[in-house]
Design a protein around this ligand. Sequence first.
Ligand code: HXC
Length: 257
Amino acid sequence: TDYETILIETRGRVGWITLNRPDALNALNSQVMRDVVAAAGAFDADPAIGAIVVTGSERAFAAGADIKEMEGKSGREMLMDDHFGAWGRFAAVRTPVIAAVSGYALGGGCELAMMCDIILAADSARFGQPEITLGVIPGMGGTQRLVRAVGPYVAADLVLTGRLLSADEAARAGLVSRVIPAADLLAEAEKVAEAIAAKSLVALFAAKAALDAAVETTLAEGLRFERQAFAGLFDTDDQKEGMAAFREKRPPEFTHR
Ligand code: HXC
């Protein structure tokens, strides 16, 4: 657990990843990518973890990819080094991931939040894809995930002008599911993460995969996937336990098997 740019904590069944480059508003350089991808991968491989929270500081979730690191690169280098490629492994984590966003979530920071399953926002949060202002475009999924999250017209407004959304605007647009007073953000994130992590991990994996299928495939393919995944869960101990607990009017004790 030798991470340079993040802090890691496990509380109960929840794994916490806190971006920790305060001098750069948590700008996402390649070390941050390596650290976050490794930490999320380790939590994902651990059946004692049922949810992951990614958060930043009060001032910034992350103010984007590290402009100073990228500035001098050539197109060939960006392509051949696949500079942001490893983020795909973060997006592919099977465990539910919550982004708890306070302050700036810009560029790669907004894109990182959109790689998570749920985005909770402090009332101070600001979301945007300001890359156009730098003479480039989003490169960690922003044009694709934002269109799917908020629709083509709001996405175009953000990507083409670089303007920022407040937490309330982001919630109205569907990017954020809950807006929370800044002082309560982490406590609320913990509650949501604990509520998720208490569920059957097998069912959570299936639910996340099915939700992902909805944005990644056609309706027919997604429905086929859901039907298979739903049926498959009837061979788990947790399905028997969950339904027995309902019948016996007691809380379920999942073994995540
Ligand atoms: C590197 C950054 C940074 C970034 C902030 N800093 N954002 N360094 N990369 N993305 C550094 C500043 O240089 C400064 O360090 C310190 O953090 C504090 O920032 P300030 O600008 O002094 O703070 P403030 O005046 O409060 O302004 C906050 C801000 C502004 C509005 C968020 O920092 C800003 O506009 N940042 C860039 C936002 C952005 O364009 N993001 C998209 C990046 S491109 P020093 O040492 O100078 O004091 C991107 C591409 C993704 O994300 C796709 C990749 C393929």
